[in-house]
Design a protein around this ligand. Sequence first.
Ligand code: PAF
Length: 282
Amino acid sequence: MKIIRHPRELQQLCMDWESKGRRIGLVPTMGYFHEGHLSLMDDCRKRCDKLVVSLFVNPTQFGPGEDLETYPRDEERDARLAEEHGADVLFVPEPGGMYDPDHGTWIQVPEMAKGLCGASRPDHFRGVCTVVCKLFMLARPKVAVFGQKDWQQLAIIRRMVRDLNIPVEITGHPIVREADGLALSSRNVYLTEEERRNAPNIHVVLRSAAEKAKSGTTNAETLKRFIRDELAAKVPGGRPDYIEIVDPETLANVNEVRQKALIAVAIFMSRARLIDNFSIEV
Ligand code: PAF
């Protein structure tokens, strides 16, 4: 596996692969790999000839007061794991290499970015779309794999790709969970012991809300109230940022669950903000 730090070098190599008819796959990450990231790499590896994994803690998707400086990092371990999981290239750019001092071009999908995580992180998806688009221009992938835990991110990227005719197939990979149900996240390291014990109940609560919907409670407000009460009882110390039921594709709020919907939550613990979601099919 080759470690590349310069965007130009990655672009040159990928253009070369492309000219030889190689199918390039991309897994964009911010590093500090866990099983979730590794399963994205395994999935992408099966869909491509050359696998590029990017490791970049993208400053433009962090808001003021967020954890950009303290975001967990371990490049050496990440490089070893990426290689074990079939990466041909680990792309680790410097922030200055990705953004010129006078960078002024942004990609936004405002309608889909205003709710859910976007409500409390107003510029987050603008940063995500811009960096993902830049990674697409550099790595020229035919396929890119993203986790379904960040469902809003995945839906927005799909829309960006559609709207801008970017020739890449976007694959969403199912959420990878600990044995007790907690969705894997690099930020789980911020949880205290007690929070870690209670956090799996987020998944338990979402699953029982989905069961409730299947057995006939389809009013979104009733379901949201149920989730709020259950979280208060089962995840003490957790403070919901949002509890929403949305259309899985457009992310618009739904009033009544008909056929497919997505329950999405973000819960503040003391230092961590955990997100999770659950698909409902009625
Ligand atoms: O999901 C992430 O880790 C990031 O948002 C991404 C897609 C790598 C863009 O920085």
